[in-house]
Write a new protein. Structure first.
Length: 44
């Protein structure tokens, strides 16, 4: 039994997937970087 959302996800063009993945990894990287620098500056 396949849910409709799964079909939508797999029908998304690879280019859109790549852009979304790149933006997601960039966002998570910047989040980790800022939280780490915030912790470092707070502990110093």
């Amino acid at each position: 039994m396949t849910s409709p959302s799964l079909g939508v996800v797999f029908n998304v063009p690879p280019l859109v997937w790549g852009t979304f993945g790149l933006n997601y990894s960039l966002a998570s990287l910047s989040t980790v970087f800022f939280s780490t620098s915030g912790i470092v500056s707070w502990s110093c």
